[in-house]
Design a binder for this molecule. Structure first.
Ligand code: NAG
Ligand code: NAG
Ligand code: NAG
Ligand code: NAG
Ligand code: NAG
Ligand code: NAG
Ligand code: CA
Length: 458
């Protein structure tokens, strides 16, 4: 009798998850930090690993140019087209709104016609290099979830480096080198992201894919390929996110690779479209960028599912009694055990690793090692797909069955009133109390779990 109920429910959830599957859900669905559940002990909070949704991070950055006066228009200048030195109709004048090209235009909503863009001064001081640093700062650690895409309005640079910082701009590491000739520019062998393997994923490469000369009119973008790197673990269509999560959980280097506080675009040599620079017409050489895309999420150590932007500052709204901009510490009075990040494992809900109150009795407190910082190696008690919880119990975290009101026991195998004098007065069918689960957000929780299970199973 109960089977059909469960099966129908599963079918409903499965079709729901199919509907949701089209989402570009790059990092899965750790979207709930806690929920209320019924157990043998009554209504209790259940805590889960959680993270904010990925979003457009360019809304929250500060941009700095170096040299600071490298933006065109002061004094006004006229530029010529790279392909045609006789076509000089590009005017820049900082004092006229329609002719000014300030840095903000790299991050405004694109989709208007004509495009809006930042533009540098031209290469007036040739042969001194025309170099510009564009630094994007968040003052917050963020995790990249999609490719960084820089769209040029000018030709793409012949030499450029993308750099990152993980310490608010104190130190910088290269992310990727870009050149028409990698050997000549950086003495590096040219490579593409497709040559990387799981073992070489963290290698910094120089690519010639985004710098080629005259065809620039048709391809104006320069990319840093995040998704291709994810795909080395999660498969070509990122369907096996469980595998990626597993790796991210256990490999700090990998996690850090996709984590930044700042990005720097170092423009080292503008497009010239030829081997020789036309010294008599340097108004053809400059940089112009119409759009920069950075998708990511606040890093909250799996202790928050939202991140707020207040007083020009991003910060995680920490749960699990953690605190700090990245939820990187336990709250005062909740230092009963060492702070630990949440864990993506076990799939699908992870492990919250909440901070515990200081004054826990000796019952729980002494043995942190047996409690486990992350209980990722704990034995599986149940599995919702195999439906080993009986009498309509729901498998929870693979670690226990949430039994319906009438049943108890590890697998809900025992009627609660068994042995009670007089048997079970007015016993109801257990199936009736199976759903809905009481609690604030049972549906997102279930869909997230089923989705992730399905994704993991693919
Ligand atoms: C750009 O930044 C790098 C460090 O990332 C620094 O060495 C270089 O001098 C800067 N260049 C300019 C033009 O500011
Ligand atoms: C930018 O400022 C520096 C120092 O203030 C100056 O030497 C340089 O000529 C200026 N460049 C432009 C393009 O105005
Ligand atoms: C650049 O070329 C155009 C077209 O030949 C010419 O009108 C202009 O004077 C040149 N600019 C310079 C600085 O020589
Ligand atoms: C960066 O954030 C910290 C708090 O996390 C704040 O104290 C500091 O003023 C911020 N710095 C800048 C440059 O906004
Ligand atoms: C955190 O502490 C508050 C009291 O400050 C308490 O109400 C809440 O249940 C605690 N949360 C967790 C996850 O322990
Ligand atoms: C925790 O348990 C281990 C063995 O399981 C034991 O050696 C250790 O002394 C215990 N720690 C505390 C603080 O009781
Ligand atoms: Ca723009």
């Amino acid at each position: 009798m109960r089977w059909p109920v469960l099966l129908t429910l599963q079918a409903a959830l499965a079709s729901l998850s199919q509907a949701v599957q089209h989402y570009p859900s790059v990092w899965g669905h750790y979207d709930v930090c806690k929920s209320q559940v019924y157990t043998d002990e009554g209504l209790i909070w259940d805590y889960m690993a959680c993270q904010p949704e990925a979003t457009d991070m360019t809304k929250y950055l500060r941009v700095t140019l170096d040299p600071p006066n490298i933006t065109c228009g002061d004094p006004p200048e006229t530029y010529c087209a790279l392909e045609n030195p006789y076509m000089c109709n590009n005017e820049c004048d900082a004092t006229t709104e329609e002719l000014a090209h300030p840095p903000e235009l790299m991050f405004d909503f694109e989709g208007r016609n004509p495009t809006t863009f930042w533009q540098s001064t031209s290469w007036k001081k040739y042969p001194r290099p025309l170099q510009v640093n564009i630094t994007l700062s968040w003052n917050k650690t963020i995790e990249l979830t999609d490719d960084i895409v820089i769209t040029f309005e000018s030709g793409r640079p012949e030499q450029m480096v993308l750099e990152k910082s993980l310490d608010y701009g104190r130190t910088w590491q290269p992310y990727q080198f870009y050149a028409t000739d990698c050997l000549d520019a950086f003495t590096m062998e040219p490579k593409t992201v497709h040559e990387l393997t799981q073992q070489t994923l963290l290698d910094i490469i120089c690519t010639e894919d985004y710098s080629r000369g005259y065809v620039w009119k048709y391809d104006k973008t320069v990319r840093f390929e995040i998704k291709d790197r994810f795909a080395l673990f999660a498969g070509p269509r990122l369907h096996n996110m469980a595998s990626l999560y597993g790796q991210l959980d256990t490999t700090k280097n990998l996690r850090d690779f996709f984590t930044i506080t700042d990005l720097r675009i170092r423009l080292l040599r503008p497009a010239t479209g030829a081997t020789m620079v036309d010294e008599y017409n340097l108004s053809r050489y400059f940089y112009a960028i119409s759009d920069v895309k950075v998708q990511g999420r606040c890093k909250c150590n799996l202790h928050a599912n939202s991140c707020v932007f207040e007083k020009d500052r991003l910060s995680c709204e920490c749960e699990h009694n953690t605190t700090g901009p990245d939820c990187g510490r336990c709250k005062k009075n909740y230092q009963g055990r060492a702070w630990s990040a949440g864990s993506y494992l076990p799939i699908p809900k992870g492990t919250a690793n909440i901070c515990l109150p200081n004054n826990l009795g000796p019952v729980i407190r002494p043995n942190i090692s047996s409690l486990g910082v992350a209980n990722r190696n704990q034995a599986r008690v149940c599995d919702s797909l195999m439906m080993r919880c009986q009498n309509g119990g729901v498998c929870h975290n693979n670690q226990r069955c949430q039994c319906p009101a009438g049943f108890t026991g590890l697998l809900c195998e025992k009627p609660r009133c068994e042995g009670a004098p007089g048997g079970c007065p007015g016993a109801k069918s257990a199936g009736d109390t199976l759903f809905p689960l009481p609690g604030p957000t049972p549906l997102p929780l279930l869909t997230a779990s089923v989705l992730a299970l399905l994704q993991g199973a693919l």
